[in-house]
Design a protein around this ligand. Structure first.
Ligand code: SF4
Ligand code: SF4
Length: 240
């Protein structure tokens, strides 16, 4: 986004809305830090600018800057997956997507957050390690489309410096690989130059037990147990 400096009266109403703190006061007007703006569109959707000074310039939709909007603006649709938001029917919603079957775990690494975001190149620190482990990244995921080669986990050079609100790396592992893969992620986390959260998605066993918890504790990882249940929303549950 940009602010038309001829129109802006510097009222400051738009400043608190920006989740990246990218709008700055300058003397009598406000300006958007072009490098920090992730093109989430909140300022143009939510702020009632008294003089309509905020606008979306055509460069916003030009490659490679266009990836910012795709990952940061929940109203935009990813052209490869056709999904809005972060462009993926998340592995976390396994009850409707059936991304993984019994005998497997889903893993989702969510890079960036409102307030900090992430450069797409920062994701690579972890995806390269995962690629060395032979991980097959989820095909229907927008971050996978940005890899130069899924066998290396390297992100395309032209998008590495693009900043987004958040992006999610997803994959599925056989249950027997749990300790090996989780240890690698744990060891590599400190090298990542951005914040990321890590979700391991497991199904309950038929007897109601969740053995993954004890397995994680044995390798020094103390998981926080959360549950995501898609109630209603008109989406049929998948069968095993
Ligand atoms: S709300 Fe509009 S006029 Fe006020 S500072 Fe922001 S861009 Fe300028
Ligand atoms: S598009 Fe989003 S990140 Fe950019 S200035 Fe507006 S609110 Fe901030």
């Amino acid at each position: 986004m940009k602010i038309n400096q001829e129109l802006c009266v510097g009222c400051g109403q738009c400043l608190p809305y920006c989740p990246m703190g990218a709008i700055e006061r300058r003397k009598d007007t406000s300006q958007i830090n072009w490098d920090e703006c992730v093109e989430c569109g909140i300022c143009i959707r939510q702020v009632k600018c008294p003089v309509n000074a905020i606008y979306e310039p055509k460069e916003t939709m030009e490659w490679p800057r266009s990836v910012r909007k795709v990952f940061s603006d929940p109203t935009s649709k990813h052209e490869n997956t056709g999904v809005r938001g972060r462009g993926t029917e998340e592995v976390k919603s396994n009850d409707v997507t059936a991304r993984f079957k019994r005998g497997f775990f889903g893993i989702a690494l969510e890079f960036g957050r409102p307030g900090v975001g992430t450069r797409l190149g920062d994701v690579e620190v972890i995806t390269k390690v995962l690629a060395e482990e032979g991980i097959a990244f989820e095909v229907a995921n927008p971050l996978t489309f940005l890899m130069e080669d899924v066998r290396t986990g390297i992100i395309k050079a032209e998008v590495r410096n693009e900043k987004v609100l958040s992006g999610i790396v997803e994959f599925v592992i056989p249950q027997e690989n749990l300790e090996q893969v989780c240890t690698k992620i744990y060891e590599s986390a400190g090298k990542a130059n951005c914040i990321f959260s890590w979700a391991l998605i497991s199904r309950f066993e038929p007897d109601g037990k969740l053995p993954v918890i004890e397995r994680l504790k044995k390798i020094g990882i103390k998981p926080s147990q959360n549950m995501k249940v898609n109630v209603g929303l008109g989406r049929p549950l998948r069968e095993d």
